[in-house]
Design a protein around this ligand. Structure first.
Ligand code: PSV
Ligand code: MN
Length: 444
């Protein structure tokens, strides 16, 4: 679930059904291997001059992983429209297959975070085996009380955990408890709870009482958590509620997590903040109080755009990882964040977007690991602002691509993930095999 977990090697005994041919990846790599060694050795010499061992960094990245969202394998669209592509997955089995392609090429995404009821099946034991045969495990399970489902007894049009209606709140609690039960069967150990509850008009609801209702309902879910599980509270400032949301920011989130208990922690989705908020400082604060539970990585220009990680502001991603590496070195009350991608791919092939994002996230982690912390801390202590800033800048400016590529290749992945994916002809094959997705609005 985190940086501490060693990446699953692709030749695992359980892995019997990989979607891409290992020979094809190897022959693709063969054409690039000499250039990679050249770049890796040159970078190794450059880093050695700074006292950094490149192989140690490579080992760090080899142990790093981030989960992919099951819903990220489809063309999400916006609330206005969705333009599906041929060969897009229409069920969890096909989504897993696509996530397996991402992991096979990137070797950095060994787990999938499922969303219910979107990913409902009748036999979760069989689904776990199916994932294992594809080289995958499951990460945090996500509940969905922000949409009505066919046949549902009570609408969420008044909210869910914070609804004024007792029966609706109860239904939302039961759904979350069902998600925990499903997650147990899948081998997960965390539940991510994001609710769309909130208001669109001043005066629509009592701001204090709605939080009371949320806390009371969330406590019932918390009580159903197995001993080794965590409940990750995801905050979001706006959308679908545009005036107030119940868990609107990291302040509300940490207050709720503190009230619920030690198994409740906060999840930071990079798109869920007010514009220009200092997210890296939020990360440091949450860690300080033992409440940093996990991440939803994505990027944005304006709001919750759900763009690919690192596509708009890779420097912010680096600064977030700078805090995470600092936290890793100084664990305080423990440090085990669940790293997940949460994106909506509107105009790209979702597999390509997840490959690109996984690389951007891993790059930010390696760059943050490259920061000379002794120099940084000494400059901070001496109030030498410029040198402290330069300690970060020097790490950020290094092109770490050869380290990532070498770690991938050694784990059975591709040196050039996008080229290998395109050469594989995977999507065109799936376009022949899979039924087409209907048009309509996407997820919010
Ligand atoms: C809400 O915007 C969110 O970030 C939550 O994580 C949801 O579960 C996910 O997106 C999918 O809609
Ligand atoms: Mn999210």
């Amino acid at each position: 679930m985190s940086m501490q977990v060693t990446r699953r090697h692709l030749c695992d005994n359980m892995t019997t059904n990989l979607p891409l041919s290992a020979d094809q990846i190897a022959s693709h790599n063969a054409a690039l291997i000499d250039a990679l060694h050249d770049d890796y050795d040159s970078l190794g010499r450059q880093l050695a001059r700074r006292g950094v061992k490149i192989d140690a960094l490579k080992a760090k990245v080899a142990a790093f992983s981030v989960a992919v969202p099951s819903w990220g394998s489809g063309r999400g669209g916006t609330r206005f429209a969705k333009y599906p592509i041929a060969g897009e997955p229409t069920n969890i089995h096909e989504k897993l297959e696509d996530c397996a392609v991402v992991h096979q090429l990137s070797t950095v995404t060994p787990r999938v975070s499922p969303h219910f009821p979107w990913d409902k099946v009748s036999d979760y034991g069989a689904l776990k085996d199916e994932a294992a045969a594809l080289g995958l495990g499951f990460d945090a399970v996500n509940s969905n009380t922000f949409q009505d489902q066919p046949g549902q007894a009570h609408s969420y049009n008044t909210g869910s955990l914070a609804s004024t209606l007792e029966a609706t709140r109860q239904q939302a609690v039961e759904h979350n408890i069902e998600c925990i039960e499903i997650g147990r069967k899948l081998g997960s150990n965390a539940l991510t709870v994001w609710v769309g509850d909130g208001t669109n008009f001043p005066g629509q609801q009592d701001l204090g009482a709605s939080l009371d209702r949320y806390l009371e309902a969330a406590a019932q879910i918390y009580a159903a958590l197995p001993a080794d599980w965590r409940m990750l509270l995801e905050h979001k400032m706006f959308e679908p509620a545009f005036y107030s949301t119940v868990i609107s920011d990291w302040g509300s989130s940490i207050l709720a997590a503190q009230e619920l208990g030690p198994k409740a922690q906060c999840l930071v989705d990079l798109g869920h903040h007010a514009p220009n908020v200092n997210i890296e400082q939020i990360v440091a604060r949450l860690h300080r109080f033992g409440k940093l539970g996990g991440f939803h990585f994505n990027d944005s220009k304006y709001g919750d755009d759900d763009l690919d990680s690192g596509s708009i502001n890779p420097h912010q991603l680096f600064l977030v990882f700078n805090e995470l590496v600092e936290a890793e070195l100084h664990p305080r009350q423990g440090f085990n964040p669940a790293y997940m991608i949460d994106q909506s791919h509107n105009v790209t092939d979702p597999i390509e977007s997840m490959l690109s994002s996984a690389e951007a996230i891993a790059a930010a982690y390696v760059k943050a690991s490259l920061v000379d912390r002794e120099t940084l801390h000494a400059a901070q202590a001496a109030n030498d602002t410029m040198m402290a800033f330069q300690a970060l800048r020097r790490a950020y400016n290094i092109d770490v691509a050869p380290i990532l590529a070498m770690a991938r290749m050694e784990a059975g992945g591709a040196i050039d993930v996008l080229a290998a994916y395109r050469d594989s002809g995977y999507r065109a094959r799936k376009a022949q095999e899979r039924k087409s997705v209907g048009v309509g609005a996407g997820i919010v």
